[in-house]
Structures are given as structure tokens and as C-alpha cells.
Design a protein around this ligand. Sequence first.
Ligand code: ADP
Ligand code: MG
Length: 246
Amino acid sequence: MQPVGAGVPLRVDIAEKTFKSAEGVSVTALKELSFEVRQGEFACLLGPSGCGKSTTLRILLGLDRDFQGSFQMPVGGGNRTAVVFQEPTLLPWRTVEQNVRLALPKDMRGVDLDRLFKTLGLSDMRTLFPSELSLGLARRAALARAFATEPAVLFLDEPFVSLDEQTAERLRHLLLSVWSARPTTALMVTHNLREAMMLSDRIIVLSPRPAHVIGYFDVRLPRHYRNPQVMSDLLRSFHQKFPGAV
Ligand code: ADP
Ligand code: MG
């Protein structure tokens, strides 16, 4: 039997989002931005810097209610959402494990996190404090915190920026491992095409500000087939379909 509401996508329909400064200057960040993410799909919102990606996530997270339009969240996972920001935002006076458990609803605080920590290579770091972690490890802890809640939808806002490429690549692989263990509807914001191509089922391509969708790029290939040769073919067909995008 299907759970009630199974198959409900993340549906976004933002007519407009305009920022007004105290001096009365308006900046329209989003205009007619509509898209869907199917349940269990990993989608990337890909667009140039400043086009309105973080603004979109803030709206979906309920952090900004001053916009015209609507959105609908997938159901399930206690209807929880989880988010990974650019900054790991860990509580400095709590250990890695405490940071993760504190993010859980009360009835889940005691769950077994061994597998999650193991998948993310954090088994030996559970008792460390954030100040003892490298930037890469802190971001892993932030991933653990987000996945531990088993959310209905996971948002990620450029979680691997300002890391060296080797660390970023390792984290992308870890993200895929932990996501594959329990595919969660995910929407990740990035301006890195290669990253989007490696991680996504579908890339949602945004225009420069004010952001709207200029098209979709479906990456139908299983992720383990996306070797360097295949990736360069995919990138070439992306550039043919979206010349000049990002
Ligand atoms: P992205 O995440 O795609 O780089 P943002 O969503 O952060 O872009 O910003 C989109 C546009 O909205 C930018 O021009 C930015 O300057 C503007 N903006 C974002 N937040 C605010 C704010 N709080 N007040 C005024 N303008 C803002
Ligand atoms: Mg941003």
C-alpha cells in the first residue's frame, strides 16, 4: 500500500519576489519562477551568482514570507525539511554527535546513528567539538545533521563552496553515498555546472536576475556511469542546449 500523499512533488510557483531598500530602491530577484522536483529526485537549481538562488531557498524554508506566489512541499518524513547552508552553523559548545542529535525531533533523539556517521567517515569524530574540525569535517557534520532527521525534503545552498577542489570532490561523493542509502527529495543550489551534473537527476537552469527557469537538463544516466569521459560528453550537450548559461 502506498503511504498517503506518496508521489507529491515539491512544487514551486513564485510570481515575484522584490527587495525594497529603506531608500525605496527595488530589486526584483525572482519573476515567474516555477518548477517541480519529483519525490525522491535530486535536483539542482543552477544559475549565475546573484540570480536569486538563495532567495528561492529562503522562501521555501519559510525564512522569507514577503513574496507573491505559492509552493507545496512533499509529504512524508514527518513533513520535516532539512537544510545545509554554505556555513556549517554548528553549535561550538556541543560535540559533533550532540549537534546532530539536537537537530532531531524529541522522539528520534535516541536513534542509532552509527551507519550515518560511518557512511560520512565521521565515526571517530563524534566526540569532537566544532573547533577541532577542519572545514571539510565540519561540512560533513552538517550533512550528518541534515540527513539524520530523515526529512521529506532536503535543501542545500552551495554546501561545498570555498573548499579546495579535492575536499569538495570527496564531499560530493560522500553526499551521494548518504543520499543513495535513502534517496530523499533534494534541491541543491549551485553555480557549479560540473557539480550539478555529477549529483543531479535533473538540472533546473535559471536565467540571470530576476531568476526564472530557462529549461531543464535531465541526467538519466546512473551516477556510477558518470566517469570523466561521460561527464565531458554531458557537459558538451549541456552547452549546446544552453549556450551562455552559467
Ligand atoms: P544567489 O544566491 O543566486 O547568488 P541571491 O538570492 O542571494 O543570489 O540574491 C539575488 C539578488 O537579490 C541579488 O541581487 C541580491 O543583491 C539581492 N538580495 C538578496 N538578499 C537581499 C536583501 N536582503 N536585501 C536586498 N537585496 C537582496
Ligand atoms: Mg546564494
